[in-house]
Design a protein around this ligand. Structure first.
Ligand code: SF4
Length: 114
């Protein structure tokens, strides 16, 4: 299973989390709610740089691939797929190179242009 490529139109933007300079939007559906950090349901985070946190296994390839350091680790204790995730803390810095998207082993990343 990969990130839903239509999530920006089919999911609801239902929560935010603080990024470095602007809020990160959290997207959810009936099947994929957001129950908060520390839960087993995290939804899809980000709008330009989208990462399905429920699929992410914390491989870290996206963090290594990004040329402009968009990502940082965030701890997500209790999540069954991985207990840390790559938060797009500097999402506005993304240059849409799609390196992170292509290296993710579980296809959890989707880059969307404005
Ligand atoms: S698309 Fe490129 S610049 Fe944007 S987050 Fe991914 S690796 Fe970084």
């Amino acid at each position: 299973m990969a990130i839903d490529e239509n999530y920006l139109s089919t999911y609801e933007q239902s929560a935010t989390f603080d990024g470095e300079n602007q809020p990160i939007e959290i997207w959810t559906s009936a099947d994929q709610p957001y129950k908060g950090i520390g839960s087993d349901k995290l939804g899809i985070w980000g709008t330009i740089v989208g990462v399905d946190f429920d699929l992410c296994i914390a491989d870290g390839a996206c963090i290594d691939a990004c040329p402009v350091e968009v990502f940082e680790w965030i701890d997500t204790p209790g999540h069954p797929a991985s207990e840390k995730k790559p938060i797009m803390i500097r999402e506005e810095e993304c240059i849409i190179c799609r390196a992170c998207e292509s290296v993710c082993p579980v296809e959890a990343v989707l880059i969307s242009e404005d």
